[in-house]
Design a protein around this ligand. Structure first.
Ligand SMILES: Cc1cc2nc3c(=O)[nH]c(=O)nc-3n(C[C@H](O)[C@H](O)[C@H](O)COP(=O)(O)OP(=O)(O)OC[C@H]3O[C@@H](n4cnc5c(N)ncnc54)[C@H](O)[C@@H]3O)c2cc1C
Length: 413
């Protein structure tokens, strides 16, 4: 069987790595290089993650086994303890905020009391009108209003009351009343999925990406523009020339239907409803910090997150990435960065197109309608934008492993 994989990001590469064991696989990639949005760019000896920072870990045993046994052995990674903080009302508190109430009490005891009162009184009926409602029912009104709603307004570029909560389950640790109370009287630890994580010893995520791409059949500088089906030969045809028995697409779900010949107008309209955000980042020389990330919920700071990428490296370097949602100019980034003495010198800048899927009111039905159309055609989809999800690298790899197992199973049956 000949399989065509569209896109050589983490999803396409991991699927190809597995499927190449059994099938004839070709990846078609628009760029001159593999890695997609996880790829770094070397600037002044620093691996700049132009789209955010990319740390690796996973709760899935099969993903860890695949990565460490088949791609880059565990001794080629170092493990880093996550040390995230929040810049909250001009004070630094630790992340996640619901376990930092004692620290909030040091500078605003009334706010700390109100957060506690509301958290303990919050009633979660598991029935949410929108994302704002979800935050209110999970964390209480004060924490929702002082932190979650402003921060999420910044990262999604829209009000949480216009968004679906469907992305958030499993992404945020939700403390129950008992663990919140424990956080008040003891020190509750950061239990986020990436509370510790791996980074390659070379101090460059491209080491992992290049290992993933090794020995794969990748056609670079090849933009998929048209996909059609030859019903007589039962083959998929890409750009009128490349022929495959099976197609796996990691291309954005809002674009894929426009490339397929004779897609009905209804599906094109549904694909047109899928919204996403771009992200602008800037790499800076900094004064240095012990943290790995700083979250900035308040609207008076232009950036929503600082990724202290220099602390992913061994030895550590004084470099950080600032991130803001939307397409911002170089000058805007520099002008706003100048307001923070921590940021000493801009080094490089980038705007990424597809960065964050937006889970708005159309999300559920539009994704469902487009996916049903693709499933009926027999086109498999994978990846963050291929599936239109909030996936990290490890979930992309997990989806590839599951698809590989399913295809093998189907063929054996
Ligand atoms: C700001 C930010 C920070 C992140 N941080 C982390 C992190 O710390 N840890 C983590 O695990 N994950 C992180 N992620 C998520 C991670 O980047 C993704 O899960 C993963 O890289 C997605 O890989 P993909 O292959 O699905 O998609 P992509 O990387 O988007 O790959 C798609 C590929 O398709 C190619 N392509 C597109 N159109 C065409 C076409 N017409 N023809 C041919 N090729 C085409 C593209 O060039 C690209 O190479 C982060 C994401 C963002 C946005």
């Amino acid at each position: 069987m000949r399989i065509g994989i569209l896109g050589a990001g983490i999803s396409g590469l991991s699927a190809a790595k597995l499927l190449s064991k059994k099938f004839d696989v070709e990846i078609l990639e628009r760029s001159h290089i593999h890695g997609g949005i996880a790829r770094t760019k070397e600037v002044e000896g620093v691996a700049y993650h132009v789209t955010g920072g990319h740390c690796f870990n996973s709760k899935y045993r099969d993903v860890l086994d695949f990565v460490f046994d088949e791609v880059l052995s565990k001794d080629k990674w170092h493990n880093i303890q996550r040390a995230a903080n929040i810049n909250f009302r001009d004070n630094e508190i630790t992340y996640p905020i619901e376990f930092a109430i004692k620290q909030i009490n040091n500078f605003d005891s009334e706010l700390a009391i109100n957060i506690t009162k509301d958290f303990l009184a919050a009633e979660d009926d598991l029935n949410y009108k929108n994302l704002e409602d979800w935050f209110r029912k999970k964390f209480g009104n004060t924490l929702a209003e002082s932190y979650f709603i402003p921060y999420n307004t910044k990262i999604w570029n829209r009000s949480p009351n216009e968004m679906s909560p469907s992305w958030v389950e499993g992404k945020l640790p939700i403390p129950d009343k008992k663990s919140f109370f424990n956080g008040l009287v003891n020190n509750e630890a950061d239990k986020m999925p990436h509370a510790n994580f791996f980074y390659p010893n070379t101090n460059n995520q491209n080491t992992f990406i290049d290992a993933l791409a090794e020995d794969l059949n990748i056609t670079y500088n090849y933009t998929v523009q048209k996909i059609s089906f030859d019903a007589f030969e039962k083959l998929w045809i890409v750009n009128n020339e490349k022929r495959y028995d099976l197609i796996i697409s990691t291309l954005p779900l809002n674009i894929l239907p426009t490339l397929i010949e004779a897609t009905p107008q209804f599906v094109l309209d549904e694909a047109g409803k899928l919204k996403y955000n771009k992200v602008s980042t800037m790499l800076w020389e900094t004064q240095g910090t012990k943290h790995t990330w700083t979250y900035v919920p308040e609207s008076n700071n232009f950036f929503h997150r600082y990724i202290h990428i220099g602390n992913f490296y061994q030895p550590q370097r004084n470099v950080s990435i600032t991130e803001v949602v939307g397409e911002k100019s170089y000058d805007e980034m520099v002008e706003n960065g100048k307001k923070d003495p921590f940021l000493i010198r801009p080094i490089d800048y980038h705007v990424s197109d597809h960065a964050y899927v937006v889970f708005d009111e159309n999300y559920d039905t539009a994704t469902q309608n487009v996916k049903t159309y693709l499933q009926n055609l027999g086109i498999h989809t994978l990846g963050r934008f291929g599936e239109w999800q909030y996936y990290n690298m490890d979930v992309c790899i997990k989806q590839s492993i599951d698809l590989y197992n399913n295809l093998i199973q189907k063929i054996e049956d």
